[in-house]
Design a protein around this ligand. Sequence first.
Ligand code: FMN
Length: 373
Amino acid sequence: MINAIDLMGLKLKNPILTAAGPWAGNAAGIQRCIDAGAAAVITETISLEARPRISPRLHTEDGKLFNTMIYSYMHLEEWEDEIKEIDRKDAKLIFSIWGSTASEIAYIARKVEQMGADAIELSISAPIGSRHRFLTESTSDIFTYSKAAVDAVDIPVMLKLSYEAASSTVFLRDLERAGVKAVSAIDSLKGLSGVDIENFVTLMPTYGGYTGENIRPISLATTAALQQYTSLQVVSSGGVMSHENVLEFIMLGASAVQLASVIQCNGYVAITNILSSLQSWLNERNIISINDIRGAALPSIKVYEDIVPVKLCATINERCSRENCLLCSDSCLPDAILLNEDKIIEIKEEYCDGCGLCVARCPHQLLDLKWCQ
Ligand SMILES: Cc1cc2nc3c(=O)[nH]c(=O)nc-3n(C[C@H](O)[C@H](O)[C@H](O)COP(=O)(O)O)c2cc1C
């Protein structure tokens, strides 16, 4: 069994949370997250502004996921009845909330505490509608808003950060001062799936949240940078699709991770699958506690200026004559890689500047970097 972790003073049976979203938009969805093994389930964002969902609201283009969903379709009062339907077992229930004034946030926070919330996630950063603009334009309000939630309840409060907010040390200081216990990052990025160039219209009717696999590099960098910017616990969100991704975030210092698009696209079984492969990975390496590897990769991130420049050149380990591939030479702007007269890939060291792109692109792993003469 993956051993328990501490998040904001709550004991979680594993580091896998389900993120706020429609998969946890009512009792049935929350129950399925719990039954699939999530240590904690975060509800879809609850506000006083519940509104009907637009259709279509999920868009995808070449494996990228976009959504135009903002709040739960249920009012706070409806949630009160909904929550009673859930068998929580040993999972924690975190309520994602949003209010448009500090007193509204305090009111909703108190209400969800009475409904049995174990913690609150304050969702300030949805890139859909006007919420995002509001808080990125007036960061000074964040102290008032988060303090309103913290002061209203006795349960811990986590704040969900947009990419932009996660990069602001001023913003993070304010959260620490307000008594927030953790931050989750990152929320969806603002995205448009594309433009229909024949008809001069966007493919989506409004800006949406861009999530999934493609945002993971941004989320990984944010998790790592947050370790420097704040002492608050970090719960990573953004492109967690597999157990390997869970480990990546943990090794960059995350206390726990949130699953979102992977549930939306692959169903609730994704939670169970990720948990069981995570367990196998740990067992195979005799790693008893996930806590033992938390932050393990952080020392390998260097300050750019501290990296000593060395001159490396591309080298080919095996004869290659795949003239239909040529991914290596196509991306070699100095023309250091070419197909010679005998139709064999040849590297001209004198032209190679050691950028490494050919090594990364070779689908047959035939290239390497070596010290140059
Ligand atoms: C369909 C959909 C609906 C979402 N709804 C919410 C929401 O109600 N509140 C919220 O804070 N985040 C919401 N999110 C953002 C996710 O919680 C998560 O932070 C984001 O999708 C990044 O994770 P991912 O790349 O693993 O999907 C939603 C995301 C998706 C895909």
